[in-house]
Design a protein around this ligand. Sequence first.
Ligand code: UD1
Ligand code: CA
Length: 451
Amino acid sequence: MATALIILAAGKGTRMDSDLPKVLHSIAHAPMLVHALKAGAWLEPERSVVVTGFGGDQVAAAARQYDPDIRIAHQSEQLGTAHAVAQARAQLDGFDGDVIVLYGDTPFIRPETLKAMTEARVTHDVVVLGFEAADPGKYGRLITSGKDLLKIVEFKEATAEERAVTFCNSGVIAADATVLFDLIDAVGNDNAAGEYYLTDIIAIAQSKGLSATAVRCDEAETLGINSRAQLAEAEAAFQNRARADLLTSGVTLQAAHTVHLAHDTVIGRDAEIEPNVVFGPEVTVESGAKIRAFSHLEGCHVSRGAVVGPYARLRPGAEISEDARVGNFVEIKNAQIAEGAKINHLSYVGDADIGARANLGAGTITCNYDGVFKHRTTVGAGAFIGSNTMLVAPITVGEQALTASGSVITRDVPAGDLALARGAQENKKGLGKRLMDKLRSRKAAKRQSND
Ligand code: UD1
Ligand code: CA
């Protein structure tokens, strides 16, 4: 059965107290809207329509960045959830199949849950996702009879008896597109909020002889985000789940609760992650790699057998090949570090290609930026870069070449050569001791005159 998604994302999110539209606030480095889209992607939707309102252009741009084919419907006035869904109608013109309504501020619906909803559609015309609420608060209440869902009553309209019901509406709904829009056409706004309630379609469906049912999910899945506190809770929930997933898939996390993951972090089996490691977006770590404590990684790839950290920083474009070593206080950006290369201490390597088994001594710096342009550094296989070498790019150091410690390398070094580029040393006979003696006697004289 063909599926289309409608994602409601028009709300301002007043309680976020933010200039940024609510659905663009991030969880694990992705806007919550993207989490909702990713959840829906499991259904392989034929079309997806995001209904925008507050900050519409920004929300549309974020949606299109995730998927250029996403369609946008703008709801200029927020007149209620049924009105919001109705805005998507033109974008679904000619679509034949089921529509599932999701919410940009409800990012954690699991694929299994969406699957259960599509299965329930086989027997019922309209399927609603419900949950048993620990504190039902102001959620809409699901009024059921056996498997049948009779109606949804909004809190504001509910009787005391209905308010006592703890089976609540998540808002997620599935129905055939034509049926859904027909039902929505019949929704009015004569209620306590003066809004077009999407939830009214259940009673309308029943009155038309159509059937409805509710599928249950965990309350955690339907967690809606309305405030920064809830955003922080959602982040924590995401992190806990992502860590648990890694542990299940054979990754060692020595202090799991201290490791911060991104929505797209990929870590292979038998990789080992020490405490306090932060993963920004777009990081892949292969099986058997080791990321040591307090390292920060984003937009990079670490291969099998490589060891990174402690206290390493891998920035976008860092490619660490097999068995390479990136040690403490080393920053790598947009650079390929070939297999077995070592950059163990206090270095900056940016816009560079470091050859296999090359060794960069402590304090090696690629001077990649002239203030206007960025330039590349190439270090050949097996080269040895002496400690505190400045490699002024564009520059190439050939295979098996050496640079002397403290050199400022401004000309290419041919393969196998030794480059020495520093002030020549002069030794003054006995001057060291004479100088120290003089200084010490000066200090002693000063002390005496102060007494
Ligand atoms: C809605 C449900 C309620 C359910 C609850 C779950 C209705 C009438 N009520 O109530 O049964 O328990 O969600 O959280 O549907 N939106 C738009 N345009 C609008 C109105 C809303 O895009 O005109 C979006 C909002 O941005 C939000 C979502 O729809 O993401 C829900 O709207 P909201 O006003 O928060 O509905 P609730 O009162 O929470
Ligand atoms: Ca809400």
